[in-house]
Design a protein around this ligand. Structure first.
Ligand SMILES: [Zn+2]
Ligand SMILES: [Zn+2]
Length: 261
């Protein structure tokens, strides 16, 4: 475990956007910025980096969680334009053709630490209808940021990765009742609800509560479904779980344009 000796930067994690229209997270590591996913076009990613006052030259690497378009759309062009390496699981590397189309692509082996931009980055397996999806745990001198998105269930590896994190960014995709009563066709509802689909508010809330400890300082809800969720349902589930264990943190919702609160 890293020691909590160095002072964290003011906002160590920022969001370019989250949801089915595109996902990208900027993590401030000691030696630069790590982008987790590049689900917007390269041009749009650069525009959003500008909005967050992140100089593109500070981006040191892109980590890709899985090959769905809302996570990889801009990765090839962006990696080339910024001349940065791309990291993913070996299955995602093949499925997203990163091995053929990115000049500088690397494999993250689950549970093994890889040094990126002065941080230790550790991939862990998630459960999603793609070849080899991962979540990401980023260990820095001041603490740990863990990102878990696009997973039908919290895997044992995800539970372990979340445990002593200082910052958690976790998918809160749907409210189960809204999904069941909503407009999606039956087969799509089954896909989302399956263990290889997307995470519900209640499942996210119980995993977050289980991972809570005194040094957890921020919790972000990712990848809300526009048809099957609203921020107040996320807050009701997650904040209620936090209140029950008397933890002072409250969830912040990340939308398609980032985190506004
Ligand atoms: Zn997604
Ligand atoms: Zn996905």
């Amino acid at each position: 475990m890293p020691q909590n000796t160095d002072t964290p930067i003011a906002v160590p994690i920022r969001f370019l956007g989250s949801g089915s229209s595109g996902n990208s997270i900027a993590i401030d590591a000691p030696d630069g910025v790590i982008l987790v996913d590049a689900g917007f076009s390269a041009k749009e990613t650069l525009r959003r980096l500008g909005e967050l006052d992140i100089e593109p030259s500070r981006v040191q690497a892109i980590v890709v969680t899985h090959e769905h378009g809302d996570h990889v759309r801009g990765v090839r062009v962006l990696a080339k334009r910024l001349s940065v390496p791309v990291y993913s699981s070996s299955g995602t590397r093949r499925a997203a053709a990163l091995d053929r189309e990115c000049a500088n692509s690397h494999v993250l082996i689950p549970a093994e630490a890889t040094s990126i931009a002065g941080a230790d980055v550790i991939a862990f397996r998630t459960s999603h209808d793609t070849v080899d999806p991962i979540g990401v745990r980023v260990e820095m001198p001041w603490g740990v940021i863990t990102v878990v998105t696009d997973t039908g269930e919290i895997t044992d590896e995800a539970r372990e990765a979340m445990r002593d994190s200082s910052v958690l960014a976790v998918e809160c995709n749907h409210d189960i009742e809204m999904l069941n009563n909503g407009p999606y066709p039956w087969f799509l509802k089954q896909r989302i609800l399956s263990s290889r689909g997307h995470l519900s508010n209640v499942d996210a809330a119980s995993a977050i509560a289980e991972a809570c400890h005194d040094s957890l300082t921020a919790i972000y809800a990712l990848h809300l479904s526009e048809a099957n969720n609203v921020p107040r349902h996320v807050r009701a589930s997650v904040d209620l779980a936090l209140e029950r264990i008397e933890h002072p943190c409250r969830v912040r919702v990340v939308g398609p344009s980032g985190c506004k609160d």
